[in-house]
Design a protein around this ligand. Structure first.
Ligand code: PLP
Length: 380
């Protein structure tokens, strides 16, 4: 879909950029700080807010989000070392399946406050390190995830039977302290669905945590963003109200969103190298490609974009819908299909919105060895 380039700093940069500046990931840091601050104002009175670094671990993004968050969730030894170096004092939670012994030890060395344990075997290996550790057991509940963009079915966390197998391990390892339960069951839920899912998690966790002092329940991330409507926002106020209704005295609720925090601050900006018609369909070939911004391919959507005409007199469409593709030799290298972009000419600028999460860091950068994009950080 076509969207407006409403971010004034990004628009000014895009208009002034030379072709040699492109492609570029352009970050609107004041907008990110404002958005994260607004989310925090709703959430933090009722729940701790951790940022899931996997969404976008760019140091500038981490630094912008950190003052608005209670901590950061990391999901590998690499993320752990990276986030620790960027934010030496941040509270950290360490999750993710398949942690190695070395990663578990590194987490304790780095002062990770909470380990999200994914299996009885992982818990036993942690216990064998004979070091003090605070753990949340990650539960995988078999509920109905209808409406979710991604249900975390499969090997994530433990079903209630596997969790029961953790009890004797914990009983034999007093240095490993059960602090609570962690769950991240789905992505792409709106506020009402997220409240229902939170109630489901709490309904399971509370009896399980009976007897645990000051229990903590991490309700995960997965708050919806709408790539078909870049102006829409997850209803944080409604979710916070829902959590306030669910919360009980003495327990700590925690959430760990990623995408819904960082996605709006990033733009992938490029220009049109060529325009052509093939078998009746118009294509605009852009500098760069989905090796830089894999999100539309992995999610199977059209990345929303704004087109800034440059008035060039080179090849142009006649105003028909146009498919934006990159420079890769694969038909999968598509950013957006049949976009009603008006006349698109060689040299026009194209700015893809919602490129601040699961974008550069999930992309296959080395494929075809095109130059990497620039990274631009706009600030006041
Ligand atoms: C354990 C865990 N927590 C948090 C997140 C963040 O999810 P999102 O970026 O959808 O908010 C993920 C994403 O996969 C995850 O696996």
């Amino acid at each position: 879909m076509i969207t407006a380039l409403t971010a004034p700093r990004v628009r000014a940069w895009t208009e002034a950029a030379a072709p040699s500046d492109l492609p570029a990931y352009v970050h609107d840091l004041p907008a990110l700080r404002a958005h994260a601050g607004a989310v925090a104002a709703h959430v933090r009175p009722v729940a701790e807010l951790f940022y899931a670094a996997k969404a976008n671990p760019d140091p500038a993004v981490l630094a912008a989000v950190a003052p608005c968050a209670d901590g950061v969730e990391v999901a590998s030894g690499g993320e752990l070392a990276h986030v620790r170096s960027v934010l030496p004092d941040a509270r950290l939670a360490f999750g993710g399946p398949g942690k190695t012994d070395a990663e578990l030890a590194a987490a304790l060395d780095a002062g990770v406050e909470r380990l999200h344990v994914e299996s009885p075997h992982e818990l036993a290996r942690l216990a064998a390190l004979r070091r003090d550790a605070g753990v949340l057991l990650r539960v995988n509940l078999a509920g109905d995830r209808a409406g979710a963009a991604l249900a975390m079915s499969g090997p994530f966390g433990m079903d209630p039977a596997a969790i029961d197998a953790c009890r004797p391990i914990l009983a034999a390892a007093p240095h490993v302290r059960l602090r609570g339960v962690h769950a991240h069951l789905a992505s792409g839920l709106d506020a009402a669905a997220m409240v229902r899912q939170s109630a489901e998690i709490l309904g399971w966790a509370r009896p399980f945590l009976h007897g645990v002092t000051a229990p903590e329940i991490n309700l995960g991330g997965g708050m919806a963003v709408d790539y078909a409507d870049p102006a829409a926002r997850f209803d944080w106020a409604a979710y916070a109200r829902g959590l306030a209704g669910l919360r009980r005295p003495g327990e700590t609720l925690r959430i760990e969103p990623g995408r819904a925090l960082s996605v709006y601050c990033g733009w992938y900006v490029t220009d049109v190298l060529d325009v052509k018609r093939a078998h009746g369909e118009w294509f605009a070939i852009l500098r760069g490609g989905t090796m830089h911004l894999r999100t539309p391919v992995t999610k199977g959507h059209d990345q929303p974009c704004a087109v800034l005409p440059r008035g060039g007199d080179g090849p142009a469409t006649g105003g028909e819908p146009v498919t934006f593709v990159g420079q890769l030799c694969t038909p999968k290298d598509v950013f957006a299909r049949r976009v009603a972009a008006g006349r698109v000419a060689v040299g026009d600028r194209v700015a893809f919105a919602m490129a601040g999460a699961y974008a550069w860091n999930i992309s296959h950068h080395g494929f075809l060895m095109h130059p990497e994009p620039r990274f631009v950080y706009l600030d006041d």
